[in-house]
Design a protein around this ligand. Structure first.
Ligand code: OXD
Ligand code: MN
Length: 601
């Protein structure tokens, strides 16, 4: 590839030369077009080098975008405080812009593409005046994988650049991967004035384009993650015959040294990162857990008829509050250096703290930059405060996490945060019923999205905010995928969050969730005792490994109970989802629901 310095036609630009490591004409034309629209003062093509990272970080510190943290205690770490109105994904301002509204489906906001381009185009027009426009070429997926996809994000945010460099394989490596092809996702992002009235995240699946304006928050602004890897990814997956899922991927190694890979879909902020990095309890010697991914899985049918998954991301953008030595010791190790923290508390010795990490410091500076003490009514960290860190820093990272072919999935888990109804774990009898269970998944809402927290909502396969096309067609696609799998993963449902009458969790969770995974793996081998119930196979009391756990039979029984009345109500409640999806709800799922209703009566 030839390195060249080109001069673009920019009458508005003050500094008009930039080093571009590509001869890719469609890419250069598109960047020139976006430059004409946004009118930046200068253009910086991100090359991905360490030198560049150092220079950008220095500039971010100078401009107050990043605060350098204690070099001894947290080497290479920085703190960022976002605008207080810009702390989570905004689902009501997220749009799927298909020509035909029907194809966006009833669970997405829709805007006609022409209107979206016009409305956002007016906001983008001149939005980068006096600023630098960064061009970030990036790969989602391991560089050597045939399943990876290239995106290019244009942004005015140095914070976005620094995060994208961690979350994706960014820079010249992506240009090399792309070559002269025009097959790349075009992402335009501008923080503009951060006005929530002028905030939009628009997806154009037919153009492989994403336009996002008015927010610097990760899920809205790091366009490789939710926008490309899930919303456009799911739509591409339907066209091309694969699945883009909101799932962690984890390898479970038993004491015999055999490794089984599990993918699990839980809604945002329901513990995917914790499960992906689980540390086995002391009472399970010989067991090991290997992290492949904590948020997104791209899955295909392999030549062997199994489902194979890659993690398209290169980093973790995890929720900080609640992360601790107890809930996720591996995450604590991972983020002990070279990490960007967003919206957490800054301590007096210039380290970080958040609710749920451990004892609070006597005083500090809260996420909004205000003085804070444990007596403050405000939280020290924003509940959706985050850490951004390279996956390779995780002490449990799997040796296969960048395998070009991915890892073979033995089991899929669906799960939510449910105080009632759903037992700790159950296995579905087959793929079709598993799809029905995934489709009707429900969970209590969390702080990862703007809006009320703690309300039960249906979140099919944890994809409600991320499915880039009609949800009914998505269910159909899942059913079709099942038909292509001669050796499909088994499908389970888990719920770590069931409580007793007093609201106390019945199951200890965290590392002890490995006990549930042990049963899951047993079942994949035709082992693991289970009772057949109307909803599926539930472990018998003695089937779960409770060695060293100290849980009473009564408590375990309550965690595993299937209450017919509650399930009857649950099945009735699913009616709202079935009506919403309407005529595109696959008949097979209608029948699964009817059959369950019959089994319960
Ligand atoms: C995330 C989310 O950031 O799901 O992963 O919101
Ligand atoms: Mn997520």
């Amino acid at each position: 590839m030839t390195m060249m310095t080109m001069t673009l036609d920019r009458s508005h630009a003050m500094q008009s030369t930039t080093t571009v490591a590509t001869t890719n004409r469609p890419l250069r034309d598109w960047v020139a077009e976006m430059e004409t629209l946004c009118k930046p003062e200068r253009v910086h093509w991100v090359d991905g080098s360490d030198l560049e990272a150092a220079a950008l970080t220095e500039e971010a510190v100078k401009r107050g975008i990043l605060i350098g943290l204690n070099e001894e205690k947290l080497p290479g770490c920085y703190l960022h405080r976002s605008h207080p109105n810009d702390v989570a994904r905004v689902e009501k301002l997220t749009f799927i812009c298909t020509e035909d509204e029907k194809n966006a489906g009833p669970t997405n906001n829709w805007m006609p593409p022409a209107e979206a381009y016009k409305r956002l185009g007016e906001i983008f027009d001149g939005s980068m005046k006096g600023r630098t426009m960064y061009v970030i070429p990036y790969i989602m997926g391991p560089a050597a994988s045939p399943f990876s996809k290239v995106g290019v994000e244009i942004t005015d945010s140095i914070y976005v650049v620094l995060n994208m460099r961690i979350m994706t394989r960014a820079g010249n490596i992506a240009l090399e991967h792309l070559g002269n092809s025009d097959d790349f996702v075009r992402g335009l992002h501008c923080t503009a004035d951060l006005n929530p009235e002028r905030r939009y995240i628009c997806h154009f699946p037919q153009d492989k384009t994403i336009w996002s304006v008015g927010s610097g928050y990760g899920g809205n602004a790091l366009l490789g993650k939710k926008c490309l890897a899930l919303r456009l990814g799911s739509a591409l997956g339907q066209r091309e015959g694969w699945l883009a899922e909101h799932m962690l991927i984890v390898g479970i190694e038993n004491p015999r040294g055999e490794i089984f890979y599990v993918a699990a879909a839980f809604p945002s902020a329901c513990g995917k990162t914790n499960l992906a990095m689980l540390v086995p309890p002391d009472s399970m010697p010989g067991w090991k857990v290997w992290t492949v991914g904590d948020d997104i899985a791209w899955m295909r049918v392999g030549p062997d008829g199994r489902l194979w998954a890659i993690n398209p991301e290169a980093g973790f953008f995890g929720v900080a509050p609640g992360t601790s030595e107890k809930s996720n010791p591996n995450a604590m190790r991972t983020i002990s250096h070279d990490t960007i923290f967003t919206n957490v508390l800054q301590t007096e010795d210039n380290t970080v703290w958040w609710e749920g990490m451990g004892p609070a410091p006597a005083r500090g500076t809260d996420w909004k930059g205000q003085p804070w003490t444990p007596e403050s009514t405000e939280k020290g960290a924003q509940p959706n405060g985050r850490f951004t860190v390279a996956a390779r820093q995780c002490p449990a990272i799997s040796s296969k996490w960048e395998a070009p072919e991915g890892v073979p999935i033995s089991a899929i888990l669906f799960g939510g945060r449910r105080a009632r109804v759903a037992p700790l774990v159950y296995e579905t009898p087959d793929w079709q019923h598993g799809v029905y269970v995934g489709a009707t998944m429900a969970s209590e809402t969390t702080a990862a999205a703007a809006g009320a927290v703690g309300v039960v909502r249906r979140d099919p396969m944890a994809m409600l905010p991320f499915c880039g096309y009609h949800m009914g067609d998505y269910f159909e696609h899942w059913l079709e995928m099942g038909k292509k799998l001669s050796n499909p993963p088994r499908i389970f449902h888990v719920n770590w969050f069931r409580t007793d009458e007093q609201g106390k969790c019945l199951w200890p969770g965290f590392g002890d969730n490995l006990r549930v995974l042990q049963w899951v793996i047993d079942r994949c081998h035709g082992e693991g005792k289970a009772d057949e119930t109307p909803i599926g196979f539930v472990p018998t009391l003695d089937a779960l490994n409770t060695e060293g756990l100290g849980i009473s039979d009564t408590q375990l029984r309550a965690a595993l109970a299937v209450d017919r009345q509650q399930w009857h109500d649950e099945v009735e409640d699913q009616g709202t989802l079935f009506e919403l999806i309407g005529e595109r709800m696959p008949q097979a799922l209608v029948e699964e629901r009817e059959a369950l209703r019959r089994r319960l009566s």
